[in-house]
Design a protein around this ligand. Structure first.
Ligand SMILES: NC(=O)c1ccc[n+]([C@@H]2O[C@H](COP(=O)([O-])OP(=O)(O)OC[C@H]3O[C@@H](n4cnc5c(N)ncnc54)[C@H](O)[C@@H]3O)[C@@H](O)[C@H]2O)c1
Length: 309
């Protein structure tokens, strides 16, 4: 099998991620079938996929014709056997729960073609944790996307020790075929590449603030200017949502009792959440929205060429 043999893709789970991954494959010429637990969810997904595509048309990333052609390649079903028929590639995006993922893969393994490539979009689990339930660990690996998929076109390709290297190669190639930049993860690693760096950045910024080393604004300024970024770590946290930051930190502290300043960081987020300052979505977090100060002139003083002829 080669990447060009991937003509039909099954998306298991038509939620936030499944919709984007399915549309991405359809935009680049694959037939895409979605499977979910009921018709209502699938219809909602179809409507939302139309909106995602319309946004890409408005932004000038694709044409109306491309959006319509992609739409024509998409179908939806709640029938597992029908969903699995003749697919060459499977991308699973059911909720991040290992028992659920094992169950879904176990059920689908009875119907999937014997040569289909089997991928999971898990964020935090390792593929080896549930490779067995897929029915053929050698064809199983993680194919992990960033949101929004079309625009943040970085995808992790992470095999587990039992994945056939030829399958990994095909997925690296297929990633390119569908407009994504593959990041090959040579060994299983929780959080992949970007998230590993991202989580460390945020944790460092949080440590600085809970120790009263510098202000939120100054920490963001330093990052924004030196890294040439539109926002700093606290602006990013506001966009992620401070309730999510609280949940993620609680989990990390539970897993590592020596997590540096875990108690203080949790208390900082808890106070924000209790005050309903959950970030951009509630209009207030570390900054107020819309028009947070970090987006206003004068927040950073960047140096621009003045004397260039
Ligand atoms: N949201 C993100 O930004 C993001 C980014 C990368 C990876 N992920 C990962 O992607 C996966 C899905 O996340 P999401 O944000 O799309 O979740 P979601 O809750 O938005 O969507 C999950 C979908 O799975 C469906 N589902 C539930 N049980 C099912 C079953 N038994 N069979 C088939 N479908 C079922 C749900 O109805 C829903 O449509 C998770 O593993 C998550 O860690 C999420």
């Amino acid at each position: 099998m080669q990447a060009s043999d991937i003509k039909k893709v099954l998306i298991i789970g038509s939620g936030t991620m499944g919709r984007h991954i399915g549309l991405q494959n359809a935009l680049y010429g694959c037939d895409v079938v979605f499977y979910d637990i009921n018709e209502e969810i699938l219809q909602k997904a179809l409507t939302h996929i139309g909106k995602i595509a319309a946004g890409l048309v408005r932004g000038g990333y694709i044409t109306e014709e491309m959006a319509q052609a992609a739409r024509a390649r998409i179908s939806m079903t709640t029938d597992m056997a029908a969903a699995a028929a003749d697919v060459n590639l499977v991308s699973e995006s059911v909720p991040e729960n290992i028992e659920l993922k094992k169950k879904v893969w176990g059920e689908f393994s009875k119907y999937l073609p014997k040569d289909a490539i089997l991928t999971t979009n898990t964020s935090t689990l390792l593929p080896s944790m549930f490779a067995e339930s897929s029915g053929d660990p050698a064809r199983f690996l993680a194919w992990h996307f960033a949101m929004p998929v079309f625009l943040l076109n970085i995808v992790d390709v992470m095999p587990h020790p039992g994945t056939d290297p030829a399958i990994t190669e095909i997925m690296i190639e297929h990633s390119r075929r569908v407009g994504q930049t593959p990041i090959y993860i040579a060994k299983e690693w929780p959080k992949y590449v970007y998230n590993e760096m991202f989580v460390s950045l945020l944790a460092a910024a949080q440590r600085l603030v809970v120790n009263d080393v510098a202000s939120v604004e100054d920490i963001d300024r330093a990052w924004m200017v030196i890294m040439e970024m539109p926002r700093g770590p606290f602006g990013i946290m506001d966009n992620v949502g401070l309730d999510t930051c609280l949940a993620v930190t609680k989990e990390a502290v539970a897993a590592d009792p020596n997590y540096p300043y875990g108690k203080e960081i949790i208390a900082m987020f808890q106070a924000k959440v209790d005050a309903n300052e959950r970030g951009r979505k509630t209009g207030k977090g570390f900054y107020t929205y819309p028009n947070p100060t970090y987006e206003q002139p004068g927040f950073v003083d960047r140096v621009y060429p003045k004397y260039k002829k």
